[in-house]
Design a protein around this ligand. Structure first.
Ligand SMILES: Cc1ncc(C[n+]2csc(CCOP(=O)(O)OP(=O)(O)O)c2C)c(N)n1
Ligand SMILES: [Mg+2]
Length: 419
């Protein structure tokens, strides 16, 4: 019998590394330290542990500090210029505007619900820019920033949350799948798609405009889901061109990260047979650099990577949630000081790459986007009842056609009565 040692069971001593994780012995009692009393309380109450709290820096790829200072990393480099950084900044501002506007629309009763991205702008904008056009993205329900970078009209995001549409767009238009609310299901879709890329021969040809990758977005909570873990097995054994992009925002509704894993999430990947990397999810330069490197690795035929974007959900889970019931205000304040947008502004100002006039014109552009969203939301048409049956199957099966005909006949009765 063999046992894993170095389980992180208390907060004393240096944090274990993936290299030290996995040392084996034959006697579990002799080597597995017992959790400290404080740690047991942490596990029982679900409060964040000291080593993962907002106050201390985890080990991750960071290229821009919260103060807006550039850092270099031995394995990941930012190869863009200040023009690209300005683009990232603009996209993050616009994504935040989509989010605040949609949240307000929900409060006005125009949307049934909205899943906020506040705080995750860098995790999404950097990752989206890191992919190439031919890559196919499989989102969760919170990927509004990725949708924006992919060129999707943000008004189309609202249909699902207004309850008038099952989707809202054709995934093929922007290589951007439909929002998926079934937690983790899209990881399997992404791996299946990636295996299709391989079968089509669109991987490892050396042509950066042809070789493609599938990207599965999901959260820390989803990382415990069977679908996601099964997708890891398929991705690894078929060496599929896929990147698993996990935004670890520390919470799955009210369940803290401590309920998902006793070790950093990215450590799971080597156990499945592919590399994992943790990136500062509030650093748009780093999320871009890591996504560019890991997608290019996959498109060249070297297989999957798990990317853990370490971030924080500053808002509620959705507009139906009250996070003050389960998390501390101190944590939120600490993460506000790591705001993904503020650090880029600090960098751009210091580099003299933006001035007040540029920032004012961007604020105007964001206000216009807000007005477009409000108007667009009100103008979204109510769906025709029979539209329920559209786009369910590429070829409608007989049984569904019968159901549709019978529903059409039922609806026709009302038309006769009102005549
Ligand atoms: C299969 C399934 N189980 C449960 C739910 C209910 N649910 C909706 S969101 C959520 C938490 C997801 O957390 P995480 O994966 O961390 O993503 P986040 O919302 O934090 O972005 C759960 C459990 C669901 N939608 N689907
Ligand atoms: Mg989460």
């Amino acid at each position: 019998m063999t046992w894993v040692t170095h389980l992180q069971t208390d907060d004393s001593g240096p944090a274990p590394t993936p290299a030290s994780y996995g040392v084996v012995t034959t006697s579990p009692e002799a080597v597995i330290p017992q959790p400290s009393e404080e740690r047991v309380m942490t596990i029982l109450t679900g409060a964040p542990t000291a080593h993962e709290s907002a106050e201390c820096e985890p080990d991750y790829v960071q290229l821009l500090t919260p103060d807006g200072e550039r850092r270099e990393h031995p394995d990941y480099a930012f190869d863009g210029d200040d023009d690209l950084v300005r683009t990232f900044y603009r996209d993050m501002v616009m994504a935040r505007r989509i989010d605040t506007e949609a949240t307000a629309l929900q409060r006005h009763g125009e949307l049934g619900i909205w899943a906020q991205l506040l705080g995750q702008e860098a995790a999404q904008i950097g990752a989206a820019h890191g992919t190439r056009r031919q890559d196919f993205i499989f989102p969760t329900y919170r990927e509004h920033g990725v949708a924006w970078v992919r060129g999707l009209d943000p008004v189309r995001l609202l249909g699902l949350f207004r309850g008038i549409d099952h989707g809202g767009w054709d995934p093929k238009d922007h290589n951007f799948g439909l929002y998926t609310v079934v937690i983790g299901a899209q990881a399997l879709h992404a791996v299946g798609y990636a295996m299709g890329i391989e079968a089509d021969g669109d991987v490892g040809t050396g042509d950066l405009d042809r070789d493609a990758v599938a990207v599965a977005h999901f959260g820390d909570g989803a990382s415990s889901q069977g679908d996601v873990l099964e997708s890891f097995v398929f991705a690894a054994t078929y060496n599929a061109p896929v990147v698993f992009y996990c935004q670890n925002n520390q919470w799955a509704i009210s369940a803290p990260i401590e309920r998902q894993s006793r070790t950093p999430l990215h450590w799971r990947a080597p156990g499945f047979g592919f590399p994992g990397v943790r990136v500062d999810g509030n650093d748009v330069l780093a999320t871009y650099a890591v996504m560019r490197a890991t997608t290019d690795r996959a498109r060249s035929g070297q297989g999957p990577t798990f990317v853990e974007a370490y971030t924080y959900r500053m808002g509620a889970h959705t507009t139906t949630d009250d996070p003050t019931r389960y998390r501390s205000g101190n944590d939120v304040d600490a993460w506000k000081r790591k705001d993904p947008i503020a650090r880029v502004e600090a960098y751009l100002r210091r580099a003299d790459a933006v001035d007040d006039a540029w920032l004012a014109s961007l604020a105007e552009e964001a206000a216009d986007l807000g007005a477009t969203l409000r108007r667009g939301c009100h103008e979204l048409p109510d769906p025709a009842p029979l539209a329920l049956f559209d786009h369910v199957y590429a070829e409608v099966p007989d049984e569904l056609a019968e159901q549709r005909d019978s529903y059409a006949a039922y609806l026709a009765q009302f038309e006769e009565v009102s005549r």
